[in-house]
Design a binder for this molecule. Structure first.
Ligand code: COA
Length: 184
């Protein structure tokens, strides 16, 4: 994460689930927020890949004027390690509004939505140097399972974090990410 701007007063927040009809209202704002705050560059196809198939696993934090303050984007697919594995692909909160629990709330909503769809586990990667994100996910029960050397285009390494949700009958446990997992 990058250096923080001065904190803004917290407006009244709304948390909404994304859906295809919301694309004209929010897709540009989602892309802008993510492009400004995440180190990886993502093309429009990456957004369409995630939002087109798993829009209901994307949640937005909005202020009273429907300005986008934060977003989480996820997917849920069969995986070699379990029948259904959730993946948190992107999580960003506007700098001025960080430290108010917005990301925690977005991630909790995404986790609940994936649990409702029968996820066995949820994984993600975060930069090893990203203390805020690591702390947030560990507080929600995610465990570090692997370090991925120079995983990001900026040369930084990643930690893979995993939230186990259900016991697996088949112990064919694997911590591998499929080629489709990472948006990068
Ligand atoms: C990571 C990010 C989404 C967190 O958003 P947020 O709304 O501030 O998160 P929350 O307020 O819910 O929780 C943040 C936690 O990190 C802590 N934190 C924030 N900055 C920190 C820092 N520099 N060092 C240590 N902890 C920090 C907060 O204290 C809080 O933990 P606590 O509730 O136990 O005190 C936000 O910082 C961000 O958008 N960063 C840039 C993009 C990014 O890194 N995304 C994650 C990619 S995996």
């Amino acid at each position: 994460m990058s250096g923080d701007k001065e904190q803004a007063a917290l407006p009244k927040l709304k948390y909404v689930q994304y859906s295809h009809e919301k694309e004209p209202l929010y897709l540009t704002a989602i892309r802008k927020l993510i492009a400004e705050e995440l180190s990886e560059p993502y093309s429009i196809y990456v957004y369409r890949y995630f939002l087109g198939q798993w829009g209901e696993l994307c949640f937005l934090a909005l202020d009273e004027e429907d300005r986008l303050l934060g977003v989480v984007i996820c997917k849920l697919e069969p995986h070699t390690s379990c029948p259904l594995r959730g993946y948190i692909a992107m999580l960003v909160v506007l700098k001025e509004f960080r430290g108010n629990g917005i990301a925690t709330q977005l991630v909790k909503m995404a986790i609940d939505a994936m649990i409702a769809k029968d996820a066995y586990e949820i994984c993600l990667e975060t930069e090893v140097v990203n203390v805020a994100a690591t702390k947030l996910y560990e507080r929600l029960g995610f465990l570090k399972t692997k370090q991925l050397h120079r995983y990001y285009l900026n040369g930084n390494s990643a930690n893979r974090l995993l939230l186990p949700l259900k016991a697996k009958e088949d112990t064919n446990s694997s911590d591998e990410t499929t080629s489709q997992d990472s948006p990068a």
